[in-house]
Design a protein around this ligand. Structure first.
Ligand code: SAH
Ligand code: SF4
Length: 360
């Protein structure tokens, strides 16, 4: 049993079940979520018997940090190894006074978008809540600090579920992880600072809404019509754009919050002015913003980056429809840390000396 697979708010109750005083559960959660400590022997306010039990029953296991690659723009890509060997990635993005952590929810991805490098790996398996939250803990340790609120603010203040995998294909683990991220006895992050990005799994979008977590929603639309969408995102054959928009309309958001539509701009494929106008017509009646992501190439990728001022022209056309369009700057493309570039290969098994380019 891994405690991190249980929402932080229930640790006290779990400790009671284990025959320990409930407050020991809260103390343990404080070490793990606020201080980033998962070695029970370092939890100095716990009695030796509790520490030994946590250790022997391996109740606080998380993935190990295998390497960290730093980009010239300050973005850091962390590679973490799961206990059964697959490697996943998280990305730390410092920008505009914020520190955003991009989390993976699956090893690989089974959705198969043609513009995404992770798709080529296929789905290896879902991550458990402890493997999702373990990314936060390792990232926090890597930054060299604790998440203690008394050190005035959290080192990492925004979370985006935009790493490897389709978060809604692993909804149960995602929900547990979000509960621990937001609970005061867990990490205590405001849910408004958490964004879940999906390729548009309509029934799961509804379930996420019903869970009423207060998180932000982003949907990778990437095409203004179903025909083109099906070609570049095979999942479009299962859920139409109309169904996705309907699920977005129903998604619970606070007053001024809006759904974000992500649109990867593929040169000559979906970046033409008439496609911008079609997208504008589609989204104009809708409270939304659009995030344009110029395609990030990777070895062997079948698409090109948009040329010249195409991205700006596309954004300007959307503005003409009173849609807020932002252009996402690629962070960390030199270390393949940018959107759609995450995938691990050529990593030797644990224990070997793969350490070049490592920053620690
Ligand atoms: N699976 C989820 C979240 C992870 S992908 C989803 O698809 O939404 C995060 C974002 O990266 C998505 O908006 C996706 O469309 C975008 N993306 C994927 N491959 C890309 C690439 N090669 N260049 C730019 N953006 C890409
Ligand atoms: Fe999976 Fe998202 Fe990549 Fe599509 S874009 S293959 S859903 S990770």
């Amino acid at each position: 049993m891994n405690l991190l697979d249980i929402p932080a708010g229930l640790w006290a109750e779990k400790f009671r079940e284990l025959g320990e005083p409930p407050y020991r559960g809260r103390q343990t959660a404080h070490w793990v979520f606020r201080k980033g400590v998962t070695d029970p022997q370092a939890m100095t306010n716990l009695p030796p018997s509790t520490r030994t039990r946590l250790e022997e029953e391996e109740m606080l296991g998380i993935p190990s940090l295998e390497s960290a690659h730093i980009s010239v723009d300050g973005t850091q890509k962390l590679a973490l190894r799961l206990a059964d060997s697959p490697v996943i990635e998280s990305v730390l993005i410092p920008r505009k006074g914020r520190m955003t952590l991009c989390l993976s929810t699956q090893a690989g991805c089974g959705i198969g978008c043609r513009f995404c490098r992770t798709a080529a790996m296929g789905l290896i398996r879902n991550l458990s809540p402890s493997e999702i939250l373990g990314q936060w803990i390792q990232a926090m340790r890597h930054l060299g600090g604790s998440g203690e609120p008394s050190t005035d603010r959290l080192l990492i203040d925004h979370i985006v579920f935009m790493g490897m995998g389709e978060p809604l294909a692993n909804l149960d683990a995602l929900v547990v992880a979000i509960r621990s991220l937001t609970h005061p006895e867990g990490i205590g992050l405001s849910p408004r600072r958490i964004t879940v990005s999906t390729s548009g799994l309509v029934p799961k979008m509804r379930l996420l809404g019903e869970a009423n977590l207060g998180v932000q929603l982003a949907v990778s639309l990437c095409a203004p019509d179903d025909l083109l969408r099906r070609e570049i995102m095979p999942v479009g054959r299962i859920y139409s754009i109309a169904e996705i928009l309907e699920a977005c309309r129903e998604f619970p958001l606070k007053n001024r919050e809006r759904v974000t539509f992500e649109y990867v701009l593929l040169g000559g494929k979906n970046d033409r002015p008439e496609q911008a106008r079609a997208l504008g017509r589609l989204l104009a009646p809708f409270r939304s913003k659009v995030n344009l992501i110029p395609f990030n190439p990777f070895p062997g990728s079948p698409f090109e980056r948009p040329e010249g001022d195409v991205v700006q022209v596309f954004a300007d056309i959307l503005s003409g429809f009173h849609i807020t369009a932002t252009i996402r700057k690629s962070m960390g493309p030199d270390v393949l840390a940018a959107c759609g570039q995450l995938a691990r290969e050529n990593i030797p098994a644990a224990g070997s000396e793969y350490r070049e380019e490592t920053v620690s």
